[in-house]
Write a protein that binds this ligand. Structure first.
Ligand code: C2E
Ligand code: CA
Ligand code: CA
Length: 758
């Protein structure tokens, strides 16, 4: 679950990261694009402006050329009257020119068109503002543009233009001058500036860096044309341009290169420059960088916003998938850790939750096992069994605390993990559970009475791993199961018993291989003292455990699946030894073999028995199988069938420990039993206890009525033997005659008894 969760978010972060990278790249290129666009646009404007400025000046230069031509034609300039007429005509034709002037080379004005008061005109060579340019004009063939100035009379700015008229020897005859009204002469240019364009264009002279046209500024400051731009600003800019375009300033001027730079001063503008060579002026178009940056910011912001909107959607999609996965996982986890039938937690949950007990508070573990549940499944079907289990889980849930964990461990086994640890509380809870589960279950038309056995262990008292705690509860349960419908709290002695049992179980596994198991035979005696037969009794001598009595290891063998092999060995060994002995002695006697209930119920018991008997064909004796009454708890039909089959082959059946177990008179009538074995416990007390005597008498009379032989075991004295004989007992077995004997000792025992007889 965690990995999927982690993976999906890793994927998300990866996509997000890649998205951020792509976004950055897009923004980067977008900003480049906008900058390019601004530059391109501005350079276009610069180019167009430069072209128009150039052509306007060219147009005025043509006018001056016409003036010059007309003045020199027929030496018109020599006649003041003619000259005056030419000036006036031209002035009329060009309303954007406020006046025409003719200056002598010494700077003195000598003729103007008639609208101008000549007396007001200064000597251009003497005036500080015009001196240098006038000199320059005298030395040049080109039209030279003078410094822009303001005339109060017209309330406007005037741009003076000047050009020399020369004679054939190229000597300056006069200097023509005209004043261009800035507003009308450059209206296209100014209009452009006023139409709300973000671009600002101005012209300044290369000669002395005085502004030629700077409408933006002059509308606020009329004095602008009286100041030059500081030389270091221009030099600095030109240097940067030259560096940026990797070309000389001379080339830039010569080739009329359009260059664009970002100003590095407080103007903060993008400035494009071009040099208009013919008139020695720089044209500069500039835009506040703010505009460009604003566009970059707004477009980037839009992109970023869009990006985050898209990513919010992707985020929600991922969250949705994640939640969906989570609920799916949770459902799967629920299904995996819960029992379908009862909806309680299951075994997997237990192993997962309690894999480590590091942080667990003390708790108690109840191993609850229903008593006799199997019979419901067997006799009423699983559907009814399931309904009972559901009811069991309901009853249990009613008894436990909210925080306690109830687990259906398997079949009819439940585990309760409870915070109850106090002994008294534990006992109360356990008896409460037993009481509740002993109450009848009403399922459909049936009424079932069950009950439960409980084993309880405590953490951390009994152990520090969950497996240990569970195992001890299981061991305690095993103890409780012996009595049924009761509980057992785990304690040390149980553990020791259990450990002993496990040790026995472990050793027993290899006992046959190691030849630790052998047989002993206890004689069974007729009324007249002659030998009737022997009972084969198994013995186990272990290196570590010493002598282990059969009534200890036989049940262990039964419960750990070793009884089959052990049983085969017992039958085989007894038959083998007795066959040989009978051959040796040439003497026939009966052989009794104890058969445990589990062994008796094995499917192939009958076949195995006869395999063995067939191997020892030469055996002449009768064989009796001793089984305890408890065998009748098992499948009766199967038993009756088996007994009848054995009977057909002359195998006798003896009921061992008769009177201590489960059998009834009616049962005895139905079964082909040959012999009843009165249990030693009755024989022990027969001389002292009337009840025991009457029990023995009862058994004998039952046996007689059913035509059965009656054998008394555990006969230790002649008094016991006599009393049993008077009561009608047929056969005797016990220490009074002989303890169980090894085969070799049995041989001498029989030899002796034959000798005594003969
Ligand atoms: P069981 O079948 O009732 O066997 C009789 C037990 O009483 C034997 O104990 C025997 O030694 C003992 N015994 C006989 N006469 C006297 C007596 O006069 N006084 C005293 N105090 N004891 C007497 P053992 O051999 O220890 O066997 C105990 C139980 O183990 C047997 O009870 C039987 O249930 C089981 N067992 C023994 N051998 C086998 C076997 O080969 N197969 C199976 N399935 N069970 C066996
Ligand atoms: Ca026996
Ligand atoms: Ca017995």
């Amino acid at each position: 679950m965690a990995t999927i969760k982690k993976n999906i978010w890793t994927l998300f972060y990866m996509i997000f990261f890649i998205g951020i990278i792509i976004l950055s790249i897009v923004i980067f290129f977008l900003s480049l694009d906008i900058q390019k666009k601004y530059k391109y646009e501005q350079e276009n404007i610069t180019k167009i402006s430069a072209n128009s400025v150039n052509s306007v000046f060219l147009q005025y230069e043509m006018i001056l050329n016409i003036l010059g031509n007309e003045l020199t034609l027929n030496n018109n300039y020599k006649s003041k009257k003619n000259s005056q007429e030419i000036l006036d005509n031209l002035n009329k034709l060009n309303p954007s020119i406020i006046g025409f002037f003719l200056y002598k080379p010494n700077g003195e004005a000598y003729l103007t068109n008639s609208t101008v008061d000549i007396s007001k005109l200064r000597n251009l060579l003497k005036s500080e503002e015009t001196k240098e340019v006038f000199k320059y004009t005298l030395n040049s063939d080109k039209m030279i543009i003078g410094r822009t100035f303001f005339i109060e009379q017209f309330n406007d700015f005037i741009i003076p233009i000047r050009k020399t008229i020369r004679d054939k020897e190229n000597k300056v005859i006069a200097v023509m001058s005209a004043g261009i009204d800035l507003k009308s002469g450059f209206d296209f240019f100014l209009k452009n500036q006023n139409s709300g364009s973000i671009h600002e264009t101005f012209l300044f002279r290369d000669f002395d860096y005085y502004f030629q046209i700077a409408q933006h500024i002059h509308s606020k400051n009329k004095e602008i044309y009286n100041h030059s731009i500081p030389k270091e600003i221009i030099d600095n800019s030109l240097q940067r341009v030259s560096l940026l375009y990797n070309t000389s300033i001379k080339d830039i001027k010569e080739n009329a290169l359009i260059t664009t730079i970002k100003s590095n001063d407080k103007r903060n503008v993008l400035a494009s420059n071009i040099y208009i060579k013919d008139y020695n002026i720089w044209l500069v178009t500039q835009t506040p960088l703010k505009n460009m940056y604003n566009e970059i910011y707004t477009k980037s912001a839009t992109l970023i916003a869009l990006f985050f909107i898209v990513f919010s959607l992707i985020y929600y999609l991922f969250r949705y998938i994640n939640n969906y996965e989570k609920t799916k996982q949770e459902l799967l986890y629920y299904q995996a850790t819960h029992d379908d039938l009862t909806h309680l937690h299951n075994r997997l949950y237990l192993t997962k939750e309690f894999s480590s007990l590091d942080k667990q508070k003390p708790f108690s573990l109840f191993f609850i096992d229903m008593d006799n549940f199997k019979s419901i499944n067997d006799n009423y079907g699983h559907i009814n069994g399931d309904l009972v289990l559901k009811e069991v889980s309901k009853r249990l849930l009613l008894l436990i605390n909210k925080k306690d964990i109830l687990v259906r461990y398997s079949g009819d086994e439940f585990i309760l993990i409870s915070s109850t640890i106090n002994k008294q509380d534990l006992e109360n809870l356990a008896s409460g559970i037993i009481e509740k589960l002993s109450m009848p279950f009403y399922i459909k038309q049936y009424e079932f009475r069950l009950g439960a056995s409980i084993g309880i262990s405590l953490f951390p008292n009994d152990g520090d791993t969950f497996d240990e705690i569970k195992r001890y509860a299981d061991i305690a349960l095993y103890e409780a199961k012996k009595d049924k419908n009761t509980y057992q709290i785990f304690e040390k002695s149980i553990k020791e018993k259990y450990l002993k049992k496990s040790l026995i179980e472990r050793e027993l596994k290899t006992a046959l291989e190691k030849n630790e198991i052998y047989m002993m035979y206890q004689p069974q005696i007729n009324k007249d003292g002659t030998l009737y037969g022997v009972e084969a009794l198994v013995r186990w001598e272990n290196k570590n455990l010493g002598f282990v009595p059969p009534d200890i290891f036989i049940p262990i063998a039964e419960n750990s699946g070793m009884m089959r092999d052990l049983g085969l060995f017992i039958i085989d060994k007894s038959l083998d030894e007795i066959e040989k002995l009978q051959k040796n002695l040439d003497f026939k006697f009966q052989l009794s073999i104890n058969i445990s209930v589990k062994q008796f119920m094995e499917k192939d018991f009958y076949e195995n028995l006869f395999n063995s008997i067939n191997i020892h064909k030469s055996i002449k004796t009768d064989i009796t199988l001793e089984v305890t009454e408890n065998v009748f708890i098992e499948d009766l039909e199967f038993i009756v069938g088996l007994l009848n089959r054995l009977k057909k082959h002359n195998i006798k059946i003896s009921l061992d420990d008769f009177g201590t177990g489960y059998s009834s008179l009616s049962l005895l009538k139905r079964l082909p039993i040959d012999e009843l074995k009165i249990d030693k416990s009755f024989v022990d007390d027969i001389l002292t206890d009337k009840d025991s005597l009457s029990m023995v008498e009862n058994i004998i009379s039952i046996g007689k009525k059913q035509n059965m032989t009656v054998l008394a075991e555990g006969v230790e004295s002649i008094e016991q033997k006599d009393l049993l004989q008077i009561s009608g007992c047929d056969l005797f077995q016990g220490y009074y005659y002989s303890k169980p004997l090894k085969i070799i000792d049995l041989e001498s025992y029989i030899n002796k008894s034959i000798n005594i007889k003969s």
